[in-house]
Design a binder for this molecule. Structure first.
Ligand code: NAP
Length: 259
């Protein structure tokens, strides 16, 4: 299927590795020019160079922290007019509900709620003026089914989800869609770190922790960044114009619910 987005330009935040990289590569495969971002310049430039070589699209790499105003300003300035925005950032650390301070919450809200909202506020007016735009926010399955040790994530992402639910209906008349992709466990550094945490807490190997977690997923495996990226590219396609304000689970069936 031709997704009909060749020649468009996308910002993909937090995209030197993992799910963001999967989205960047899938968009590039469709002929989309990219502005990629991550804090670490070296890994970012390496990922950007791979994409230039593999897909022949224009890629601008902007190193910086997307959860800060300066980081966002640098990305937005480098990008100029954009057609597609993929919001992403690192996830908050696991912990215990009784231990989190106000500062911990503010950090999580900045990264996983306020940063994506600020990026949307920056690009939506231009998309609306040009009558075409796609925004995909990478959130988490925890929006549908809470993960108790990730309470900071549960809280911040719920806030973003509420914002998107209302705002997506306000921008849809201008041909702009906003949707959220909700990853279950995918094979990335983040999943490795969470498995390492479980292994340490339970005195088992990382392989054993991974095996136990895979056994809880109906698909019996972790998702891949390629699968995730393909879903993102579809939501950014010309064919997804009637998908508005949705929360799409990519979790191998892990969230056990009828709808
Ligand atoms: P990952 O493999 O650790 O990759 C994170 C990427 O984001 C890296 O490129 C990292 O590069 C960049 N990044 C992190 N913080 C950043 C910041 N403040 N500013 C700019 N770039 C930043 O993580 P992932 O597994 O792809 O996860 C992506 C998001 O999905 C996270 O919010 C995570 O909580 C969520 N999620 C993941 C899973 C999963 O199973 N993987 C499941 C549910 C939800 P630098 O470190 O160089 O900045």
């Amino acid at each position: 299927m031709d997704l009909g987005i060749s020649g468009k330009k996308a910002i993909v935040c937090a995209s030197s590795k993992g799910l963001g990289l999967g989205c960047a590569r899938a968009l590039a495969a469709e002929g989309v020019d990219l502005v990629m971002n991550a804090r670490g310049a070296e890994a970012l430039e390496a990922a950007a160079e791979d994409i230039r070589r593999d897909f022949g699209v224009r890629v601008t790499a902007v190193a910086g922290d997307i959860t800060t105003e300066e980081g966002r300003a640098a990305v937005l300035e480098a990008a100029g007019e954009v057609d597609i925005l993929v919001n992403n950032a690192g996830g908050p650390p696991p912990g215990m509900w009784s231990d989190w301070s106000r500062e911990d919450f503010i950090k999580a809200l900045d990264a996983n709620m306020l940063a994506p909202i600020a990026m949307m506020q920056a690009v939506l007016p231009g998309m609306m003026a040009r009558h075409w735009g796609r925004v995909v926010n990478i959130t988490s399955q925890s929006v549908k089914a809470p993960i108790p040790v990730l309470g900071l994530s549960n809280a911040a992402r719920a806030g973003l989800t509420g914002f998107v639910a209302g705002t997506s209906r306000q921008v849809a008349p201008e041909g702009v869609t906003i949707n959220n992709l909700l990853p279950g466990i995918h094979a990335t550094d983040r999943a490795d770190a969470l498995d390492a945490g479980v292994a340490k807490a339970e005195g088992i190997s990382i392989e054993e922790a991974r095996k136990r977690r895979q056994a809880t997923i109906p698909a019996r495996r972790y998702g891949t960044i390629e699968e995730f990226g393909a879903a993102c590219a579809f939501l950014c396609s010309q064919w997804a114009g009637y998908i508005v304000g949705q929360n799409v689970l990519l979790d191998g069936g892990a969230v056990n619910s009828t709808m």
